[in-house]
Design a binder for this molecule. Structure first.
Ligand code: GTP
Ligand code: MG
Length: 209
């Protein structure tokens, strides 16, 4: 029987880098030229099926990048198994903001968190301010996954989530239990659901396994 996993993923990054657009592309394969800035945070789920038939369900918290919401972020990254920290390749300042989120995650998130640095808006390469070399070098130094995406064209979007889905089952601690659907809910996600005791899934997100 194929394995089924469930992980909590948080998106962080400066406002307007395209976090919500990435999630919309990943979950619904859509793009919106005029997206409203996120208020608080949004919650979505998406399941990825890997080559070996195992499935990884992501519980995604799309946080708001505006400064006024910054204090809410720990609530969303606290029990996260993975974080996608997004910058806009046409805005050098957004990479500085991404670095600051990564420092905060390294200090305050779970030490086993998998972090992916994501350079979005690759369709605007003509206005590029952040080179691939610079971002990749930084990611390598910090032990982060890295990739460029375009939520607009879809380029690289599935790749980055699939790469995370492949990495997580290997890195999640075997002791991980629980299936938190909300920030603040007890227990970590990152669960091989086949191994969970009956009834251990979250109440608001029943598992279809
Ligand atoms: P906050 O919710 O304020 O934190 O912003 P956000 O990071 O969620 O950004 P959002 O997804 O709302 O996108 C901001 C703007 O960038 C919107 O006008 C999007 O249409 C545009 N955008 C997002 N991704 C891309 C992309 O890959 N390419 C291009 N050209 N535009 C994009
Ligand atoms: Mg948003």
């Amino acid at each position: 029987m194929s394995k089924q996993y469930q992980f909590k993923l948080v998106l962080l990054g400066e406002s307007a880098v395209g976090k919500s657009s990435l999630v919309l592309r990943f979950v619904k394969d859509q793009f919106d030229d005029y997206r409203e800035s996120t208020i608080g945070a949004a919650f979505l789920t998406q399941t990825v099926t890997l080559d070996d038939g195992s499935t990884v369900k992501f519980e995604i918290w799309d946080t708001a990048g505006q400064e006024r919401y910054k204090s809410l972020a720990p609530m969303y990254y606290r029990n996260a198994n993975c974080a996608v920290v997004v910058y806009d390749i046409t805005q050098a300042a957004s990479l500085e903001k991404a670095r600051s989120w990564i420092r905060e995650l390294q200090r305050q998130a779970d030490p086993s968190i998998v972090i992916a640095l994501c350079g979005n808006k690759s369709d605007l390469a003509a206005r590029r301010q952040v080179s691939q070399e610079e971002a990749k070098k930084y990611a390598d130094e910090e032990g982060l996954m890295w990739g460029e995406t375009s939520a607009k064209t879809g380029e690289g979007v599935a790749d980055i989530f699939t790469a995370i889905a492949k990495k997580l089952p290997q890195t999640a601690p075997p002791s991980a239990r629980g299936a938190a659907g909300r920030p603040g809910a007890s227990g970590r996600t990152g669960v091989d659901l086949n191994k969970q005791p009956a009834g251990a899934n979250s109440q608001n997100e029943p598992c279809a396994c």
